[in-house]
Write a protein that binds this ligand. Sequence first.
Ligand SMILES: CC(C)(COP(=O)(O)OP(=O)(O)OC[C@H]1O[C@@H](n2cnc3c(N)ncnc32)[C@H](O)[C@@H]1OP(=O)(O)O)[C@@H](O)C(=O)NCCC(=O)NCCS
Length: 204
Amino acid sequence: MLRQADYNDIDSIVDIHLATLSDGLLAKLGKPFLKKVFYPFCFQSSDVLLMVYELQNKITSFVIYTNNSTLFTHRLLQKKVAIGIAVLKNILFNPSLLVDILVVLKGFRVQLHHGYEDILKNNQAELYLIGTEPAFQGQGIGSILVSQGLKEFSKKLNVSTCLVKTSSFKANQFYLANQFTAIGTEYRGKQCFQILCKQTETIE
Ligand SMILES: CC(C)(COP(=O)(O)OP(=O)(O)OC[C@H]1O[C@@H](n2cnc3c(N)ncnc32)[C@H](O)[C@@H]1OP(=O)(O)O)[C@@H](O)C(=O)NCCC(=O)NCCS
């Protein structure tokens, strides 16, 4: 069953986040940061929709959609004290954290395929994060989060196009299998993120 998440789901969501997105900056900032800062911040943001998929009372997947990913990230980065503490606590175990932070602060370079040049100017709605617990992957749950979930998101927040960015080959295959179209590349330091998009008005 797909449903909107609430505060009581944070522990389960954080566990799935750490199990599936451990290479990401948010995970590197540590479990306390995710539990006490990032996810409460998602629930406090009116432009964010967080959904979970439940199977026999167990949360197996989560997805975060945001109406304006640039603004959302910008507001998150304003939590300088909480981020600073998380960096200090985790930098010794994970020196790459500093590089990741510098890359975010430096900004990104985007190259869009021909014909898609205007898309980012007019659309900032984004599938921000998605994860299915490893034991439940490949059972079609992720696809429900990007079909039914995206439908709910587009209705709730009046969105017509949804972007997604990923550096993972597997995730890229997953989005293509779910009718997203590759529209370009975002360069973050040495990392390359594929940018894909899906028109939500075409969802039936
Ligand atoms: C991406 C992810 C959310 C997909 O969730 P899922 O519940 O396994 O997705 P589904 O079972 O609905 O997969 C649907 C289709 O996507 C593709 N796909 C899914 N996982 C794949 C994989 N590991 N490799 C290649 N293709 C994959 C397949 O085409 C699959 O269709 P099929 O089962 O008919 O072959 C999950 O693999 C995951 O949590 N990955 C780690 C986190 C991540 O990379 N998130 C995205 C970046 S934010």
